[in-house]
Design a protein around this ligand. Structure first.
Ligand code: GLN
Length: 283
């Protein structure tokens, strides 16, 4: 519904409308702040300020979209991940703080097990916005970072982020390993789609790209594919780290073990859920 053009609306009234829609107050303030190009602190001190008709229309449209469950990142066009501000569009998954667990683990390996390598070969499979690849490259500039995604639109977003941040990452359009080329890797990372295709949770995530969330009926399908394909592309002693659902830790460990990986461990996210499982390829 379009907002009427001829009525003046104040900051206070816009916030009241957001409340009536059931929105979180912080989200509403951030959206107003975005469209009025004013800091949130300004809004608090000027709640009788009037919105221009254009601002009113834009704010109203976004409040309605937010109430419909559109992620804040798509409305604001950006989301912070591991200290980097990334541009985010509906072509890519909204980067989540849970995934920082995977990045932290990768950085730890790069400064311990893989510390002796002057230029480790690192790959991010299913990069989306580029979040994992860019965060690792930013924190460990010596890595040779590559990233794959099956979506050309996602790669466009990731490439834009790399350019804006001045980080060198080699991007390739590839359905998992299909277009991967040597050299072999010292570290492979992925936050693949892992939600079962019939999981009711998907309805809440309906504004995000389905192919980034679920690989099909079996949520483990992409993880199987990544683990199986990794073996011919990993250097001896390389590490493979995978994000997965809170209840997929045991299955992920079993998949890595059955494909011959060693040193298999699982890490928990900030909420205490099993979130990432990794292992070492003995070669
Ligand atoms: N962790 C996300 C969620 O459940 C899903 C991300 C993914 O499938 N890779 O909201």
């Amino acid at each position: 519904m379009t907002a009427p053009q001829d009525t003046t609306v104040t900051v206070r009234e816009a916030l009241a409308r957001a409340k009536a829609l059931g929105l979180d107050r912080l989200d509403a303030q951030l959206l107003l702040s975005h469209h009025l190009s004013r800091p949130r602190s300004w809004l608090l001190a000027h709640d009788d300020a009037a919105l221009t008709p254009a601002q009113h229309q834009a704010v109203d449209a976004d409040l309605t979209r937010r109430a419909d469950g559109v992620p804040m990142a798509y409305l604001l066009g950006q989301h912070e991940f591991h200290g980097l501000m990334l541009q985010v569009t509906p072509d890519v998954l909204d980067p989540r703080p849970d995934t920082e667990t995977l990045v932290d683990w990768a950085l730890e390996l790069l400064s311990t097990e893989l510390a002796a390598l002057p230029a480790p070969q690192v790959l991010d499979l299913g990069t989306g916005s580029g979040a994992i690849a860019l965060a690792v490259k930013h924190a460990a500039p010596r890595v040779r970072m590559r990233a794959l995604d099956a979506s050309a639109a996602a790669l466009g977003v990731a490439q834009g982020n790399a350019q804006r941040l001045g980080l060198e990452v080699g991007f390739t359009l590839s359905d998992w390993w299909s277009a991967f080329t040597p050299p072999k890797l010292h570290l492979a990372l992925s936050n693949p789609p892992y939600i079962d295709g019939d999981d009711p949770h998907l309805a809440q995530l309906r504004h995000e790209p389905l192919q980034a969330l679920t690989p099909g009926p079996d949520g483990m399908q992409a993880i199987h594919c990544i683990v199986q394909g990794s073996r011919e592309h990993l250097e001896r002693g390389a590490w493979l780290l995978l994000e997965h659902g809170f209840d997929q830790g045991a299955t992920a460990r079993q998949v890595l073990q059955s494909h011959g990986f060693t040193d298999i461990t699982t890490r928990r996210d900030l909420a205490g859920h099993e979130r990432c499982t990794g292992g070492r390829w003995p070669g």
